[in-house]
Design a protein around this ligand. Structure first.
Ligand SMILES: [Zn+2]
Ligand SMILES: [Zn+2]
Length: 228
């Protein structure tokens, strides 16, 4: 039955059933790498990671903002970067299942018991229109089913801002005024919230989201991103 399903998907989605590295058969239809190429992804060990930025522990002061606890699956490079880009920009939206499975595997041995509610960093309405789906929403919702922790769409992003890298810190902070609003504030009171995002770069988006959630009554924030 499984072989039949794989055969069906390889006809329907030829690119996804083969490894993006070497074109051999992929691990499964939600994860387009063979086991050899998969080994090249440098997954973090959460026990050896900086809790402020999610990268491998680096000593010294972390430049990341204080969000609470940040976790990431792997650095944004190599095959991992390629897979994320297929997902975000090439409309391979069924990859959300592979991503949420990986996140759930990490959470099952770290933190799962402490989390009350799962949410995500939303794209703007304009972004949603352009892409046709919200990448972090899909992952968060599937993850919720996978690890049986409730899901809620807690945040709404109101507009598009200029690229954050081009602004200095003060301008960046000012640029956030009125951008985020809270949905269903009654749901987050005193909760430990897990917030899903795709890529952590400066951490400023996650910082603003966590600030909003805390101001709305959340007890604690843990962020989980695909890459950083
Ligand atoms: Zn391969
Ligand atoms: Zn750090």
């Amino acid at each position: 039955m499984l072989a039949l399903r794989d055969a069906f998907f390889s006809v329907m989605f030829p690119d996804i059933a083969t490894c993006i590295g070497c074109k051999r058969k992929a691990l499964d239809i939600t994860f387009p790498l063979c086991s050899d190429c998969h080994q090249q992804i440098e997954y973090y060990d959460p026990k050896l990671a900086c809790i402020r930025c999610g990268r491998s522990y680096h000593g010294g002061k972390c430049p990341g903002p204080n969000i609470g606890h940040v976790m990431a699956l792997a650095p944004y490079r190599g095959y991992w970067k390629e897979i994320i880009n297929l997902y975000k920009f090439k409309n391979y939206r069924y990859l959300h299942k592979g991503f949420s499975k990986k996140i759930s595997q990490v959470l099952k041995s770290n933190l799962k018991a402490e989390i009350d509610l799962i949410t995500y960093v939303p794209v703007t309405d304009k972004g949603l229109k352009e892409r046709g789906f919200d990448q972090s929403h899909l992952i968060a919702k599937h993850l919720s089913k996978e690890i049986k922790i409730p899901f809620a769409a807690l945040l709404h992003k109101n507009d598009d801002r200029p690229p954050q890298r081009s602004l200095d810190r003060t301008e960046r902070l000012k640029g956030w005024e009125g951008v985020l609003s809270l949905n269903q504030p009654d749901k987050l009171q005193q909760k430990h919230i897990l917030i899903i995002d795709d890529i952590y770069t400066t951490g400023s988006t996650l910082y603003q989201c966590s600030k909003k959630l805390k101001a709305g009554g959340a007890k604690k924030i843990t962020a989980f991103t695909l890459a950083n």
